[in-house]
Design a protein around this ligand. Sequence first.
Ligand SMILES: Cc1cc2nc3c(=O)[nH]c(=O)nc-3n(C[C@H](O)[C@H](O)[C@H](O)COP(=O)(O)OP(=O)(O)OC[C@H]3O[C@@H](n4cnc5c(N)ncnc54)[C@H](O)[C@@H]3O)c2cc1C
Length: 492
Amino acid sequence: MENKSIWINDIKPKINKKLDKNLDVDILIIGGGLTGITSCFYLKDSKYDIALIDADKVGFGVSSRTTGKLTYLQELIYQKLESNFNFNVAKKYLESQKYAINLVVDNIKNYNIDCDLEKNSSYVFTNDDKEIPKFKKEEKFFDKANVKYTVQKKIPVNIKCKYSIKVDDTYVFHPLKYILKLKEICMKSGIKIYENTKATQLSKKDDYYICYTDKYKIKAKKVIIACHYPFFVIPGFIPLKTHIEKSYVTASKVDETKKFNAITNTYPIKSIRYHNDDNKKYVIFAGESHKLCDKLDRCSNYKKIIDKTKKDISRNIDFYWTNQDLMTSDNLPLIGPLNKNTPNLLLGIGYNTWGMTNATLAGKIISDIILNKENKYKKLFRPDRPLSMDKIKNLFVNSYFNGKAFAVTKLKKNYPWYKNKVKFENRNGVNVGIYIDKNGKEHIVRNLCPHLKCSLIFNMEDKTWDCPCHGSRFDIDGNCIQGPSSYDIKIK
Ligand SMILES: Cc1cc2nc3c(=O)[nH]c(=O)nc-3n(C[C@H](O)[C@H](O)[C@H](O)COP(=O)(O)OP(=O)(O)OC[C@H]3O[C@@H](n4cnc5c(N)ncnc54)[C@H](O)[C@@H]3O)c2cc1C
């Protein structure tokens, strides 16, 4: 059983060089996950000079730890959108998801991309009688929106289920193979891609932006923020408008795969899909989702998903990993110019765990905005859209959870599950966290997240220092491995 995502197993990409000079470009894309690389892809034939930088390797962020379903059946999202906005908004979101699925499928066909694309059915299901009225409500929306679906009292696997809705015309694929092929296509078109190049600051001067990396600067007329969570707080105040949700995933070898994927509508989420990679067949199971500031004993969360996999799915587990996604206050992603005063600073973030479709959509919408092309979904996802009731309510909820996480990490540092392997001390006036490895060596870091100054918790399973407020992660020696922080916490 290996602690790594199934998608990065056996994939050894050719890594591009780090930025080694100052640049002056028309468009800078910060982040090479599905959002950044799709934006690049749809801009590749334009007249613009484009550069993309990634703090790590293209495709190896959140997009490489997803479950890789391409579906418009996203739990029971449509009734949420209908009650928060109205029927038309929910219907437009539905159309946008179908549109995004078609974009991916067309790209795969047109460029002959080998990424294990498979058409299958999607189910949303429950084993709780009390949840069934919500399913009936979703059916009403589907009836009104002319969506074909069927209702059953089971799903095609032996997991308890009292009610399910099934739709067809959905897919699963290998997200990393898809992203790496898009990267290759973009590079062939002349787009400059630099890896191991982290943006640390962004400032506006006259009619252009300057992006700072550790040594060099990039001057750009337009900047696309595709780094999953912006590394800056102003402009945008994204931490106030969003929260992070964390989930745990397993993959187990099976003899036969089944042509369906499924998800529950309530916490703790159970999500399942199969994966067929040449001769290797797997079932992928995800769940135990929680807000980042809750369930701080990450080891115990891993144990729960592993136990559930063994009970419901498979006795043997080959891979297990964790992933986190950015959730917005009103269930709609944030795509487009940050606000009307920053038309050249464009965002693609906040996909509420449905980023295979929404990151694709973001790449297409952002490129259409830049190329002055019509796109009927531009307005729907505007980051500066008006406040809705959910958005107002969730602004308070997010502030509460962020505040709670901040307070918890300041008030309580030591937990029983650290089993004397983690210590907190003040050394020479600096609050440090110390992890003692299996050889007794101390690894010392500054115990303060550079992003918004939360203290950190130690993740005993992944051996990382994690910020429970906004999701930054650091290795045992203080190197930042996931944002929003773009700085390390090494002790000099
Ligand atoms: C458990 C789980 C399962 C999921 N399953 C599904 C699913 O089945 N279907 C679905 O549609 N969605 C799913 N999602 C959601 C989806 O995976 C994400 O929404 C999507 O991958 C986000 O893509 P991204 O491009 O925004 O981010 P990323 O893939 O993280 O890309 C961001 C990139 O930016 C880089 N970066 C970060 N900071 C900087 C910086 N300062 N400078 C330069 N580069 C930087 C990173 O290295 C990274 O490569 C799931 C999410 C979770 C948590």
